[in-house]
Every structure is written in structure tokens, then in C-alpha cells.
Design a binder for this molecule. Sequence first.
Ligand code: NAD
Ligand code: AHE
Ligand code: ZN
Length: 378
Amino acid sequence: MDVRAAVAFAPGKPLEVTTVKLDGPRAGEVLVEIKATGICHTDEFTRSGADPEGLFPAILGHEGAGIVVDVGAGVTSVKKGDHVIPLYTPECRQCPSCLSRKTNLCTAIRATQGQGVMPDGTSRFSIDGEKIHHYMGCSTFANFTVLPEIAVAKIREDAPFDKVCYIGCGVTTGIGAVINSAKVEPGAKAVVFGLGGIGLNVIQGLRLVGADMIIGVDVNPEKKAWGERFGMTHFVNPKEIGGGMAELVAHLVNMTKSGADQVGGADYTFECVGNVHLMRAALESCHRGWGQSIIIGVAGSGQEITTRPFQLVTGRGWRGTAFGGARGRSDVPKIVDWYMEKKIEIDPMITHTMPLADINEAFDLMHDGKSIRSVVVY
Ligand code: NAD
Ligand code: AHE
Ligand code: ZN
């Protein structure tokens, strides 16, 4: 069938909206009509050419919601008409990682996903017989896409696609990082670096679990009001402090001082930018002995993190999280319920909507710091 898609033909170039051929679902796969998709900074990371796994030409997009319109042989967990959210982190419930119960990082199809193809090693997308790569197993910048059955979460039918698509990445990543990965306790002190589409969801996750002090750090002064809207208690603009990362760390440690010994540092910090220098600052802003720093941001090819081992020897923990530690097929329907029950907010963070034809505007808005989340509505 012919579908409309925004194709990334080459790194650093705008996406081109064009007609692409999509083959039907094979065994274990489903065809989904995508109704809406968010644009995450990770799409920009890959479009820009910074992603070491980036493949071109490709149909990007990994934050969608839609309806199953056809299923391949052997598909049992979803059927035509079901409403679903595509999962870039699938949940097969059979691989050693899924069975371990220690991680959400299912390994069933990760290798082929990274090669931009379906689990059988072929792509369903082409133009004039030339292969177009899938992206993160999702390719939601197309109005129809094919996904493995294990990479869709069935959701309730009354949930609006143009809002819950954000649960396909940003909402789940931010809230999940707090609940599943850091396991933040009530009364905690936390610092969130980067108040964009992910960081604001970390903030609402921290509010949800009852954190006491929620410090937001962003170089864009307009993010102060945004952070406060979702529960941030203090805002720090590194540009206003002056100096470099060491001064930022000293400032944050000072802000979090408490107790008889007046030792500062946060219980939890979250890096939501993808800047390796900020990742170090996030670690070093943690409290000696127990502070945990969670890396969410993804950093480009060749970028590495450094710190003095002393930071770890003295009890700080450094770890990362993908998709907020969520097991998609199990957890995503629950997060949709939280939204529908008004336990979490999504609507105010979706600052812009647009048709697929205007998708490049979403990348401009992101670069200009004008949007939190843009959503393409098909
Ligand atoms: P975004 O563009 O919406 O937000 C980034 C924010 O960081 C902006 O508010 C910007 O002003 C701020 N910022 C930039 N440089 C800064 C600095 N030096 N100090 C402080 N703030 C700074 O991006 P997003 O969609 O929220 O994504 C954030 C990061 O998370 C990206 O790296 C993205 O690829 C990554 N991500 C990771 C996962 C995961 O599963 N680990 C999931 C989604 C996104
Ligand atoms: N291809 C990149 C890795 C990018 C990355 O870490 N992606 C996250 C999700 S970001 C969503 O917006 C992820 O799921 N990671 C786990 C995985 O298996 O990729 C690179 O650096 O090579
Ligand atoms: Zn994302």
C-alpha cells in the first residue's frame, strides 16, 4: 500500500514528506494506522547525524498512537480495531532480560531494530524498490507502519491519540525514571537538569511521589514557569550563576545543605539534556554516601563521561535509564489510565500540533526552545 511519510534521506537534512510503499504485516507483525506522533529530541539526535546507530534513508518517529488495521499470521495479543501505542522497547516476556525481572531492556528484537529492519531482516518500507529503514522499530512519522506484535501496547479506546502518543516516549521516560529507575521516596531532594519534554515529566513524577525539594536547572529562563507548573520548587539558570560546571555543582550542593553536619547534595539527580559535562555535574551534585544520579539524555557519537573515581568511592551512584525502566505492554496501559484519571498531566505540555506536511517546523520549534512537545496529527 502507499503511505505518506516524512523520510530522513541524509543526516542533517530536513525530512521530506513523500509517498512510500509499505508491505503488509508478516507472521508475528501488525499493521497500525498511526493517528498521532510526538517529536522527541532523540528523533532530532538521529536526524542530525549524531546517533552512532543512525541509518539513512529512514522513517524516524517513535512516540506514536494508532489503531491496528491488519495482523499477520500467528498474532494473538492484539486484533484489528485495537488502539495501541508502538513500543521502541518491546516486551516479549520470554527473553532472558524479560525473565530476569531486573530490566525492561527486552533483547528479543534489539539487534534487527538497530539495523533498521523487522525481525526477519527485511524492511517493509520502500520507494521505487529501494529500501527505507525502520527507526527504533517504530517509524511513526508515517501514517501507517508495521510493528512486531511484541512492540505494541494495547490501550483503552477512549484515550485521545493526540495526547497519549506522548506516553510512547516522553511521559513514560520521565515519570518512569523517578518511579522505576530511581525509586524516589517521599521527602527526597532532587535536581532535574534540562526542563524539556522529558525533564518536565521527571518533575511531575517527583511531585507524584512526594519529593520535598525539586530543583530545575535550565539555560532557558522561560523554563522557570514551566517547571513551576508541574511541581518544581526552585529554579537555577547556570548562565545567571556564571562560571562553569564546578560553580554550578557548588551552587546546587549549597542549596541542598541540611542536617547538623550541613553536608549538601541531592538524594537524586536526573540528566535530561544529553550533555556529558552536565552528566558529570549531575553526579557531583549528589549527596556523599547515597546520592543517585540517573542519566536519561543520550549523547552523540564519540562523547564520553568522566569524573574522579572518588565521586563513586564516596558512595554516589551513576546509572542510566531507557524508557523510564517501563515494561511497555504491562506498564503503558496503566500510564494511559493515570492520564485518563487525571493523576498525571499531558495536555499543557503539548504546545504545538501540526499536519505531517509541516513536521520540519517541529524541529525548528525544538531548536528555538519554543515548544515542549510538538505532535503531528494525521
Ligand atoms: P528537549 O529539547 O525538549 O529539552 C532539552 C532541554 O535541555 C531544553 O529545555 C534546553 O533548554 C535544556 N538545555 C540544553 N542545554 C542545557 C544545559 N547546558 N544546561 C541546562 N539545560 C540545558 O529534549 P527532550 O525531548 O526533553 O529530550 C532530552 C534528552 O533525553 C535528549 O537527549 C533525548 O534524546 C533524551 N531521551 C532519552 C530517553 C531515554 O529513554 N533515555 C527518552 C527520551 C529522550
Ligand atoms: N542509538 C543511540 C542510543 C540511543 C538510546 O539510548 N536510546 C534510548 C531511547 S531514547 C528515546 O527517546 C534507548 O532505548 N536505549 C536503549 C537501547 O537499547 O537503545 C546510541 O547512542 O547508539
Ligand atoms: Zn524519545
